[in-house]
Design a protein around this ligand. Sequence first.
Ligand SMILES: Cc1cc2nc3c(=O)[nH]c(=O)nc-3n(C[C@H](O)[C@H](O)[C@H](O)COP(=O)(O)OP(=O)(O)OC[C@H]3O[C@@H](n4cnc5c(N)ncnc54)[C@H](O)[C@@H]3O)c2cc1C
Length: 292
Amino acid sequence: MTSRVMRDFDLLLPESVAEVVDLLTRHKNNAAILAGGTDLLIALKFDYAVDNVISLALVPGLAELTFDPEKGLVIGARVTIADILKSPEVRENYPALWQAAKVFATPQLRNTATVLGNVLRASPAGDCSLALLALGGSVLLKNSRGEREVDIDNFWISYGVTARQDDELAMAFKIPPPAAGQKSAFRRMTRTTEDLSKISAAVSLQMGGGTCQTARVAMGCVGPTLVRLPGVEKILEGAEISPEVLQEIVAATAAEINPIDDKRSSAEYRLKVAGVLVKRVIGQALDNGGNN
Ligand SMILES: Cc1cc2nc3c(=O)[nH]c(=O)nc-3n(C[C@H](O)[C@H](O)[C@H](O)COP(=O)(O)OP(=O)(O)OC[C@H]3O[C@@H](n4cnc5c(N)ncnc54)[C@H](O)[C@@H]3O)c2cc1C
């Protein structure tokens, strides 16, 4: 049975990463990390039952968003969607992420919700998560035994389930530096402007002399997790992106996805529009480096 009444829990307010890790070690699967709370507090009103909620609000060192042309971008666990939008470095170097942040929910939500929370929620409708999948990178996890990095390609296991262990804190998301000629873009469709995506696509293309050298193409809301489209990437790599290549991609996309009917859309609609959405997001990336 579900209830809209918030369940009772202990709100824990650690003041250091070491304290967070210690609490996670102690409480394991009877604890949840609270970042912005825009997903967690809703889940706690339904069937997500934990007795301990560990807030990151007082933990220093997690709110940093740092860009280094040699090392890339590091997004700390308390970096919000609004922080992404305010960053000229993100806008310039990782347009797909900036564009995902731009259309994300409402100003109130953007000021509260974090990028890492979006990744840890493991929803196929996660907008910033989709941009990160296209851009590539890794999640930095820490527990009492040390740190490890999990490539984003291996991070989402199934709907709502990630490679994170119960005793691990996600410290940051790391994106490699942009390659020469890298262009990226994000695009989504919603029922209303402030709704979750009903279908979404993001790309990162490394272009050289009019030819696509490497491609990462990702889609949201077409399966239980966000997915890459290896067949479409193969068509792009080594090709000049002509109208004929784009038409081939439109046809190839539907074969790579497995959408379902849900309250936001139908499988039939998603299958019909997916290829066109991928074609358009590629065009968006190429038009202006995706920087709009
Ligand atoms: C009205 C509304 C509109 C929304 N619109 C959008 C939208 O347009 N696009 C979109 O993608 N999403 C949307 N969402 C979903 C939500 O806002 C995002 O997924 C958001 O990024 C979650 O971040 P958060 O900081 O609030 O996470 P939280 O709710 O704090 O956490 C989410 C999950 O991640 C875990 N977690 C968070 N941080 C860590 C960490 N550092 N280490 C380990 N575990 C962690 C939590 O325990 C929890 O399980 C919307 C939600 C609402 C309520």
